[in-house]
Design a protein around this ligand. Structure first.
Ligand code: HAM
Length: 431
């Protein structure tokens, strides 16, 4: 039989790698809660228009990358390509905005799907964590959101990351800038890539982000956003930078940073980090301030603003691995049971069950093995202690407990075992 490979752009996450993913998600959840965020879980499948309306039909994600299909009832459904749109839809569906306690703050984590060309750090199924802070238009919230992303990545151990920021200004600023870009590119567009031709019609700002070298070169001499900003947006951007300095969060400015989704206005940001081997997995975090999504779903149009970000867990993991930031996460096993002979295995099963109730991790062999083989297994499992016994010991209600690091062995009565384990393993674990 030929083997079946995973779907292109998807991957299996196994064992220690899965543990690190869980650690990343748990740490993020804990930190998001300290910033006042509540957990939200939205469906992976949504009606296609959720993304058309929120992310914008001009974005590459919506135009080219969505996994869209008709279900058996001929409804057009889409696997979410990102987290923001679903959260906004949920806020409207559940009328979460009907509260005096604005802003609404939600964090999430889950898989997302984009039909992209798989390459380093770019998957078709990936895991994205993020936050959305909705319903209050406030530079402090913009900065606090950036601070959460920065503090979280610092906590994971990233020292060499680069936070890049830009402003896309308010609606009037963007309209003026858009017109200037159309004017600048209109006699150059014939020589540019097919994507840029589309972008000129749908969202000319996206041309600035084109990766085709000739187009990228041309874009460098295009008009700059900062020359089209309204006074209000200019002041807001200056205030953002001042507050970031006040929080001692280092940043760089890049006026070509436009982001890939259409809902942004005012501040946008990304975090990049190059691996020690010089590998660029792409942005590990991207986000910004946005407007008009709730009303596009039939929600209220007053205070229809928000700020948030998304982070790619695969990219974070790959970089943590390369920077050696994952090494301390695998704790190893507390106890490996060593029943001597087939007839001692049922007692090992019972004892393991009782010890697990105390909160320790325990494994046992399920068939009879020689003592030498058991010690080798315990070593591979990075076990701290071995509990060794045969039927005779069980009858006498005692076991031998061996500290595998110190190579010291003691006889312990079964009734004393909980106290013994708490004193020896519990103390080491800080319990
Ligand atoms: P995004 O920049 O499209 O923004 O994605 C956020 C992050 O998801 C990226 O920085 C990257 O780490 C990860 N990511 C994106 N595509 C892939 C992929 N194909 N493979 C692996 N990782 C990927 C958003 O999605 C916005 N919803 C962020 C946001 C939230 N803005 C405001 N609120």
């Amino acid at each position: 039989m030929p083997t079946i490979n995973p779907v292109k752009g998807t991957h299996d996450i196994i064992g220690e790698e899965a543990d690190v993913y869980a650690y990343i998600e748990e740490t993020f959840a804990e930190m998001a809660k300290t910033f006042g965020y509540a957990h939200i879980v939205t469906p992976v499948i949504e009606h296609t228009e959720v993304f058309d309306r929120a992310a914008g039909e001009g974005s590459d994600v919506v135009r080219k990358e969505m996994y869209t299909f008709l279900d058996k009832g001929d409804r057009s459904l889409t696997l979410r390509p990102e987290g923001t749109a679903g959260v906004m839809r949920s806020i409207v569906t559940n009328k979460l905005y009907a509260t005096p306690d604005m802003p609404l703050k939600y964090f999430y984590s889950g898989t997302a799907y984009r039909y992209e060309r798989p390459q380093l750090g770019r998957y078709r199924e990936f895991r994205q964590m993020g936050v959305e802070c909705v319903g209050e238009d406030n530079v402090y919230l913009d900065v606090e959101t950036i601070a959460l992303a920065y503090r979280f990545l610092s906590y994971l151990g990233f020292n060499d990351m680069k936070l890049v920021i830009n402003t896309l200004g308010d609606k009037e600023s963007r309209l003026r800038y858009r017109a200037a870009l159309v004017d600048f590119f209109k006699d150059k567009i014939d020589a540019m890539c097919e994507d840029c031709k589309q972008r000129l019609i749908l969202n000319p700002l996206r041309i600035l982000d084109c990766k085709v070298p000739e187009d990228h070169e041309l874009a460098k001499s295009a008009p700059k956003m900062k020359d089209f900003l309204s006074e209000r947006s200019k002041e807001r951007y200056e205030a953002t930078k001042e507050l970031l300095k006040q929080l001692q969060i280092p940043f760089e400015e890049d006026d070509t940073l436009v982001r890939g989704l259409d809902y942004y206005g005012e501040v946008v940001f990304e975090v990049h980090c190059i691996s020690p081997e010089g590998r660029d997995y792409g942005a590990i975090c991207g986000g910004g301030h946005y407007e008009g999504i709730l009303s596009s779903f039939g929600g209220p149009s007053d205070n229809d603003v928000g700020v948030g970000f998304g982070m790619g867990i695969e990219r974070i993991y790959s970089l943590m691995k390369e920077f050696g930031l994952t090494t301390d996460l695998s704790e190893g096993l507390d106890i490996f049971m060593m029943p001597l002979g087939e007839e001692a295995i049922p007692a090992a099963l019972t004892l393991a069950d009782a010890i697990r109730e105390l909160g320790y991790s325990v494994e046992l062999p399920y068939k009879s093995c020689k003592l030498g083989a058991l010690f080798k297994k315990a070593e591979r499992k990075k076990a701290k202690f071995a509990i060794i016994f045969g039927l005779d010991e069980i009858k006498a209600q005692t076991v031998q407990v061996k500290d595998l690091a110190k190579q010291q062995q003691e006889e312990v009565s079964i009734t004393e075992l909980p106290r013994y384990l708490d004193a020896h393993i519990g103390a080491e674990k800080g319990e």
